[in-house]
Design a protein around this ligand. Structure first.
Ligand SMILES: [Fe+2]
Length: 352
């Protein structure tokens, strides 16, 4: 059963590697927005309200009677949104978002007639232990998306395979800027989580992939000197911002700086995402909402499926925040994690 669920997690086509997808001018404007509008919260703080939700998204089970804390999940990777839906939030980078070259690339990737920019965000970090465990990105369904539903629920829905009729077809162009000497590659499992991964090797400056990250397990490789990967005092509330007095960046708890990050250790990723419509009929049913899914319908279908699988449980009054029910869903639709990894990066032991 686990293997059957896992077998479905392959992208629609093999990822395509590209080079220099943004011009120097576009890159400078993207970084300018990040410098001018920070500080920025951790990825974790954007998406999760409890540690159980993290587990539900990344896969795995929480043992009975165990109370989770944030600490094992704290990883100093920070995020901000550059666009929401059809709107670019910063006019100076509108050309990066409404990007005809990217649209052509993702249409070709899917062999589809239409594509629409849907999201643009960045991740920025200094040395860290990787961008979380291998995961698939939150998908959307006709009627349910990140604005109306938590990412863990959307991922459980994707893992269950019950909602394909409503699941959006998506593609991303993801670009990296990282000149550090230790790690920082992009690791991905294009042949499913039970098969060996591939890596887009760092250092990389403007290198990118065209992918379907909702259906492909992936993660960032750990990067930077190991002694700097988890700064003392790192908390759920920590933020990153430009160090206005020098070339680097800094992680802060309110006004207190807990880590200075030299420019050469900064890893910056720009994630551009589009929704794909194979043809005019598929576009139309999305626009006229004639076949939308509701959150109640989604929970009804999950509950019916759990019953069909022989699970016994009480139907929660508030399933979206019921920790026991989240644990049940996590266990029932656990695909298993990838088990084959590239070797860890080797630290350069030569003294500078
Ligand atoms: Fe991801």
């Amino acid at each position: 059963m686990k293997a059957d669920l896992a077998e479905r997690f392959r992208p629609v086509a093999p990822p395509q590697v590209l080079d220099r997808v943004y011009s120097d001018d576009q890159y400078n404007r993207l970084v300018g927005v990040v410098q001018d509008h920070g500080p920025w919260p951790m990825i974790l703080a954007h998406h999760f309200k409890s540690p159980e939700e993290v587990v539900a998204t990344s896969s795995g089970e929480v043992p009975e009677g165990v109370t989770l804390t944030w600490d094992p999940f704290l990883n100093p990777v920070f995020r901000g949104y550059l666009a929401r839906g059809g709107v670019c939030l910063y006019p100076e980078i509108e050309d990066c978002y409404h990007n005809p070259e990217f649209l052509a690339k993702v249409r070709a990737y899917w062999r589809a007639q239409y594509a629409m920019p849907e999201s643009m965000l960045f991740n920025i970090s200094g040395p860290c232990g990787g961008g979380g465990s291998p995961h698939v990105d939150g998908t959307r369904f006709r009627g349910l998306n990140l604005d109306s539903s938590p990412v863990w629920l959307l991922n459980i829905m994707a893992k269950s395979g019950l909602f394909k009729r409503w699941q959006a077809k998506k593609a991303q162009v993801i670009a990296w800027y990282y000149r550090g000497r230790i790690g920082g590659s992009f690791t991905y499992w294009p042949d499913g989580p039970q098969n060996p991964p591939q890596q887009l090797k760092a250092p990389m400056w403007g290198k990118a992939v065209v992918v379907e990250n909702e259906m492909m397990y992936h993660t960032a490789e750990m990067n930077g000197p190991s002694a700097m990967r988890k700064p003392e005092g790192l908390a759920y509330e920590s933020r990153i911002g430009k160090d206005m007095s020098g070339p680097g960046w800094q992680i802060m708890n309110n006004d207190q700086v807990i880590q200075q990050i030299p420019e050469e250790e900064v890893r910056f990723l720009v994630h551009w995402g589009a929704q794909i419509f194979m043809d005019y009929d598929e576009l139309k049913v999305s626009l006229d909402h004639s076949d939308d899914l509701s959150i109640d319908q989604a929970f009804d279908m999950l509950i019916a499926d759990l019953r069909a699988r022989g699970e016994t449980f009480e139907v929660p009054t508030d399933p979206i925040s019921d920790r026991a029910f989240i644990r049940l869903l996590t266990r029932a639709y656990d695909l298993g994690k990838p088990t084959i990894f590239p070797p860890d990066p080797v630290e350069d032991m030569i003294a500078a």
